[in-house]
Design a protein around this ligand. Structure first.
Ligand SMILES: [Zn+2]
Length: 297
């Protein structure tokens, strides 16, 4: 899945992990409030970060449920500071599946914001942002801040800045006419432009959190690009390749996959994770063409 991630638990067979940048941001938020105001403000910042992490776990669960409906297993979910990255056990070429999976995330995030905003309005609480550190803290102030944090997360998730869900929808649209790898490269180029704009804006607006988000977005995009390139490298070259690489696995594919339960849709093209043998199995038009065992994944 990914390195430098802290395991927080398992939900229905799926590993939930915190990417290293997530606890880092929580500690920075604590330190920022403590240094510039007092310890209590730092603690409030930390509590807000924990609330945001909880909302992102709900966001990840929505992706998992959508994947289950499509018959796709979810191996693990990594919680980044402002978005989540899912490791699905089936990576197909069909962009329609990716569109549905990404949409589930955006809808979940929007629903969390609506519930928080609706709850505040129902109890007659103010919906205008309450981020003034000098004012007394209360539960309604906390929920107000969590509501605004979720609105920000929803807006960011819609942005076509891969690997946000909006970025995934953008890649799915590009993948209708391009290869998956090329679509990812183009999406990540656009995402890098967003990162740069956010970084410059954070300097002028004096919001270090936006600067941190810009760097996290850029790093996250590069991590995803490496992952796509890795899967591209696993693909078995076509039979008519004039310059095929030397075979590194001398075992014929039917011997490697003998005894395993292998099923895919009749026309499936892509990779399916086989938990039984811990293999990534490559399929082309419903046929197994290669399998790769991973020491570290
Ligand atoms: Zn998402």
């Amino acid at each position: 899945m990914t390195s430098y991630a802290l395991r927080v638990g398992i939900f229905s067979g799926t590993d939930f992990r915190l990417h290293w940048t997530t606890p880092t941001l929580a500690v920075l938020a604590l330190a920022h409030g403590w240094y510039f105001f007092d310890f209590q403000t730092g603690l409030m910042n930390l509590t807000l970060c924990l609330g945001v992490i909880l909302c992102l776990i709900i966001h990840g669960i929505a992706h998992k449920l959508a994947a289950r409906r499509l018959g796709i297993p979810t191996r693990g979910i990594v919680i980044h500071p402002l978005w989540t990255i899912e490791g699905y056990g089936r990576i197909g070429e069909k962009p329609r599946e990716e569109f549905t999976l990404a949409l589930a995330g955006i809808l979940a995030q929007a629903l969390i914001s609506t519930c928080l905003g609706g709850g505040l309005a129902l109890f007659g609480e103010s919906l205008s942002p309450q981020f003034d550190e000098t004012k007394p803290y209360s539960m309604s102030v906390y929920l107000n801040q969590l509501f605004w944090a979720n609105l920000f997360l929803t807006a960011l998730d819609i942005l076509p800045a891969y690997p946000t869900d909006g970025g995934r929808i953008f890649r799915a649209a590009l993948a209708m006419t391009q290869t998956r790898l090329r679509a990812t490269e183009l999406s990540i180029s656009l995402s890098a432009v967003f990162s740069l704009v956010m970084l410059i804006a954070s300097y002028f607006l004096k919001t270090p959190i936006m600067g941190f988000a810009a760097i996290a977005l850029f790093l996250s995009g590069q991590e995803e690009l490496n992952r796509e390139r890795f899967f591209e490298s696993l693909k078995r070259p076509p039979e008519d390749d004039p310059d095929p690489p030397p075979p590194f696995n001398p075992s014929p594919i039917d011997r490697v996959t003998a005894g395993l339960t292998l099923t895919a849709e009749p026309d499936f093209t892509g990779f399916i994770w086989n938990e039984q043998a811990r293999l990534w199995v490559e399929w082309k038009n419903g046929q197994v063409v290669s399998a790769t065992a991973l020491i570290k994944d």
